[in-house]
Design a protein around this ligand. Structure first.
Ligand code: HEM
Length: 195
């Protein structure tokens, strides 16, 4: 088993297989029905959302606070290898979270209106706006500035340091916004019951 799990792709296929197995065992009679499809879209949405916010928390809880403690000669290990790989998954997970979030909203007719944050969907409406601000932050502020900060785009030292700071503050802003955003995502279901 250890040998099998050494390969990431095999581990991912195994996870997917176990999920499909549960679908067959638990819900085979409802697969394909609109209600099942709606919930399954939410599942995909939450999956990519975890990938996105998980990497946001990796940057803010681990990488950014640890960088100053890393000896100068070891820093390129992070800036040239780890950070670019993490940023790849980070920005695409953000894009796919928005995509599947909006498809989920469109499938659940009432929710599509919530971009107007209209009752009884005010909660998810606010969450969707917060998450879209966060995704715009990723693509239009964090990523362009990280490209300069990590040397993917070559700039002088002063603009490089400025870009690193802008990216860091934008990333912190997203960490702050993630708390109310996630509250809204999770509590919409409850809001329909508790008002
Ligand atoms: C622009 C981005 C996003 C949009 C448009 C969006 C949209 C939605 C929609 C429409 C729902 C279904 C609500 C319901 O059925 O009551 C939902 C649920 C949810 N979303 Fe998002 N979302 C976004 C970002 C995120 C992010 C970043 C996360 C982080 C993990 C997330 C996590 C969740 C969770 C946990 C649920 C609750 C599932 C449930 O309890 O049924 N969403 N989202």
């Amino acid at each position: 088993m250890g040998k099998f799990l050494e390969n990431l792709h095999r581990a991912l296929v195994l996870g997917l297989f176990l999920m499909v197995l549960l679908v067959v065992l638990l819900h085979r009679s409802s697969v394909g029905e609109p209600a099942w499809a709606g919930y399954f879209l939410t599942y995909v949405h939450v999956f990519v959302g975890i990938l996105w916010i998980g990497l946001l928390y990796y940057f803010n809880f681990v990488q950014i606070p640890t960088m100053p403690k890393i000896p100068a000669e070891l820093k390129p290990g992070v800036s040239k290898y780890i950070a670019p790989a993490a940023l790849f998954w980070f920005r695409w997970a953000a894009a796919f979270t928005v995509l599947f979030g909006l498809i989920t909203a469109a499938v659940k007719d009432d929710i599509v209106l919530t971009l107007e944050a209209r009752a009884p969907y005010t909660t998810i409406g606010i969450g969707m706006w917060l998450a879209m601000i966060m995704a715009a932050n990723v693509w239009f502020i964090i990523w362009p500035n990280q490209k300069k900060a990590l040397g993917i785009v070559k700039v002088e030292d002063a603009p490089k340091a400025k870009a690193a700071r802008i990216a860091m503050i934008a990333s912190r802003t997203n960490t702050v916004l993630s708390f109310p955003m996630l509250y809204c995502m999770v509590m919409q279901g409850a809001a329909l019951n508790i008002g």
